[in-house]
Design a protein around this ligand. Structure first.
Ligand SMILES: CC(=O)SCCNC(=O)CCNC(=O)[C@H](O)C(C)(C)COP(=O)(O)OP(=O)(O)OC[C@H]1O[C@@H](n2cnc3c(N)ncnc32)[C@H](O)[C@@H]1OP(=O)(O)O
Ligand SMILES: O=C([O-])CC(=O)C(=O)O
Length: 376
């Protein structure tokens, strides 16, 4: 059972910044739930699209509702020509999260939300289009190919892999993508979601809220940690080497990406789920290095610091075993978390007051004006 984190210090830690009916994180006795549904059960039994429906519509869909929702998402996968042209201008050297941010922003120029009554259609469009945005740019800038983003895959996960590779994924890969998208879908008032809510609280449009959230997710202390973890573990050729290097990093007081959490104290419940799938994928590809390296990192970090893997750490090896380029890890997180962000935007709008905290002033008492020619 999770114990409560020490509630003090900077970063607004431990302070409630509002109410939500969307998610519990680390709540004693409840763990991680989306609208009351246990995340572990959802990852085992649900399709990601059922989860995104649950977040956006407030209930799990029945079969007819799910069929209609899947058909709608499928019909919205095509990129407007102006967005394709914009993506083609972005070089291969760009950071894919910058591509996501720009892609979302350009979409907001082309299909602007005119009224909040349109919000659900814009949300569905983003859920359908985000995988298309990143894969279209990636394949054009890296392979010189203009891909057709209108695949017939039912699931967003399979659709993503299909566009990336030019062929349908096998069942194992489609399944892991589905689980991964569920794990990343929603997490209460994390930094990127809070960003989206702050933006929403000014009554801004939905593309601005999501664009801002993408910017917050990009950082290595948040979503960017899955890529940073991959860059770290791929350098090591054995579990013993990983242990030596981790010990050195800890001695130098360096941050180990993919470990620790702002709310959880003893474990991140998403870790056990993605770790299990990473192990299956390791067996599938015959890996004898990366998975043992990852496991040793986990053991050493717990032994030395009582720090545990968060959702990002075993996502690194899992995505890698599926052949996904490291730089696309965090954009996949966007394709999933967009469901959580937009549900929070709707929730904020439904009961809004502009988010505007106070600050404790620590600057000089009074400063005397100095003419510019007299300044040092
Ligand atoms: C999906 C997600 O966004 S999950 C988070 C992904 N981010 C990462 O994996 C980045 C690495 N982790 C971290 O930087 C942090 O653990 C965060 C940002 C996630 C949480 O930060 P905080 O709430 O400030 O962490 P917390 O209060 O638990 O830190 C306690 C101590 O552990 C240390 N610590 C925390 N995480 C780590 C880590 N990964 N490696 C080394 N030391 C760490 C902190 O430096 C702090 O020590 P200090 O007293 O010397 O400052
Ligand atoms: O909740 C947090 O602070 C970060 C996190 O795990 C997430 O957003 O999934």
């Amino acid at each position: 059972m999770m114990t409560e984190k020490k509630l003090s210090g900077a970063g607004l830690r431990g302070q409630s910044a509002g109410e939500t009916a969307l998610c519990t994180v680390g709540k004693t006795g409840a763990g991680l739930t989306y609208r009351g549904y246990d995340m572990v059960e959802l990852a085992e039994k649900a399709r990601f699209e059922e989860v995104s429906y649950l977040l956006s519509r407030g209930k799990l869909p029945n079969q007819a509702e799910l069929d209609a929702y899947l058909a709608k998402l499928k019909s919205l996968r095509g990129l407007p020509q102006a967005l394709k042209s914009a993506l083609e201008l972005i070089p291969a050297s760009a950071h894919p999260m910058d591509v996501m941010r720009t892609g979302c922003s350009v979409l907001g120029n082309l299909e602007t939300e005119q009224d909040f009554s349109e919000q659900i259609d814009h949300i569905d469009r983003m859920m359908a289009l985000f995988p298309s945005i990143i894969c279209y740019w990636y394949r054009f800038s890296h392979d010189g190919v203009r891909i057709d983003t209108e695949t017939d895959d039912d699931s967003i996960g399979a659709h993503f892999l299909h566009m990336l590779r030019g062929e349908k994924p096998n069942d194992l890969h489609a399944r892991v993508m589905n689980v991964s998208l569920i794990l990343y879908a929603e997490h209460e008032f994390n930094a990127s979601t809070f960003t989206a809510r702050v933006c929403a609280s000014t009554l801004s449009d939905i593309h601005s809220c999501v664009t801002a959230a993408i910017g917050s997710l990009r950082g290595p202390l948040h979503g960017g940690a899955n890529e940073a973890a991959m860059e770290m573990i791929e350098k090591w050729g054995s579990a013993d080497e990983a242990e030596t290097e981790i010990m050195g990093m800890l001695e130098r007081k360096e941050k180990i990406m993919g470990f620790g959490h702002a709310i959880y104290r003893e474990s991140d419940p998403r870790n056990a789920v993605i770790k299990g799938w990473s192990q299956k994928l390791a067996a599938d590809v015959g890996d004898t290095v990366l998975y043992p390296v990852s496991e040793r990192c986990e053991a050493v970090m717990w032994r030395e610091k009582k720090l545990f893997c968060n959702a990002d750490f075993f996502h690194a090896s899992a995505y890698h075993f599926m052949g996904i380029p490291t730089k696309l890890f965090t954009p996949i997180f966007v394709c999933s978390r967009a469901s959580g962000w937009t549900a929070h935007v709707m929730e904020q709008r439904a009961n809004n007051r502009i988010i505007r905290p106070s600050a404790d002033y620590v600057g000089p008492d009074s400063s005397e004006w100095v003419a510019i020619e007299d300044r040092a």
